[in-house]
Write a protein that binds this ligand. Sequence first.
Ligand code: GUN
Ligand code: FE
Length: 421
Amino acid sequence: MKIYKAHILFTKEKDHFEVLENGYILVDKGVVVDVCQSLPEQYKSVEVVDFGDKLLIPAMNDMHVHAPQYRNQGIAMDLELLPWLDNYTFPEESKYKDVSYAKRMYSRFVGDLWRVGTMRTVAFATLHRESTRLLMQLFQKAGMGAMVGKVDMNRNSPDTLTETVEDAVAANEALIAEFNQPDALVRPIITPRFVPSCTPQMLRACGELARKYNLPVQSHLSENRGEIAWVKELEPESKHYGDAYNRYGLFGQTPTIMAHCVWTEGDELEMMKQNGVMVAHCPTSNFNLSSGMAPIRTFLNEGIKVGLGSDISGGHELSIFKMMVYAIQVSKMQYCADKSKPFLTLPEAFWIATKSAGSFFGKVGSFEKGYEFDALVIDDHELNHDHYSLLHRLERFIYIGDDRQIAHRFCRGKEITIPQI
Ligand code: GUN
Ligand code: FE
């Protein structure tokens, strides 16, 4: 049993913060046993780790990021999605055939996730088996949670990023055999890149893998209008883009997360709702690639699950705290255009990033009883906290703070120190 004392802030409901000033959190075997204002009598003999005046909050979850685009972070923002992929992204990802290049880049990438307080990640790797394996091992060594996808793609891609369906299935099965353990922190996720990159045979094979091994699925959906028009041409029998995944068992038949959904509406939205598909909202990517503004208020109103993603390198910003700010700002621009769609509040953005996103991993993202203890300790004294309420301290840290204020990080109850990789 571990007992921590601090100012504890988290969300149970989407529009409300729970705040315990000088509260206690009791953690046993990595799981929250109780969160309380005063320590129950039976625990009085247990040593308390006192974080003093610091804030204790749930750790961040990045629900969509491309690990092999790490070197392109912060560059190449001058094109829309499809030419951006051809000109910048595919050439960079092709380099991951070389495992030593992958080791150099992926080590820095995992270190950076640690730095910004992201303890769980849903990541795309590349189609290369050995580099993907290495990324999974790096997460394991770091003690950080991740679902990592070997990317599957076999059309409209350069030769360096094209493989046969048989090779893709074999590589997936090798990784599944090695990593798909019950309760593992690092797990495989089936990852068809997006419909334009995958033939119907590849999509079918991906759906079969997901069903056979009961694995989650991730991909991209309705990000860019040119992309959507192309999918219509490529998959004329599908009712819409989402249906092109659904027909192959890749749309909620197992837990599914779709990045972007900027232009999702009508029957596609209804199908997401019926099938319980989660949206990974990536506002910085949607700005940089001129994709548009995703209808997050509508998704929330409809009860569709949402999390936040950095989408490096379409997105330039790795911090999920900053993603909350961007998500709120986009929603304010939408509110300007349509006053019937209230903008996101801070507790809503925090809930999306923590409890809502965390549900994809199980009981993650809150400090309620039974949740895995994924947490950050925030030392914000340099942000003049003495003049502010606890809620304003949290808001200030989210808006103007950075990794310098993250004093401790926990994943599944274990303190995670800087990855030595
Ligand atoms: N659609 C297919 N591949 C990608 C990618 O790498 N990034 C983004 N933002 N969208 C995609
Ligand atoms: Fe993406």
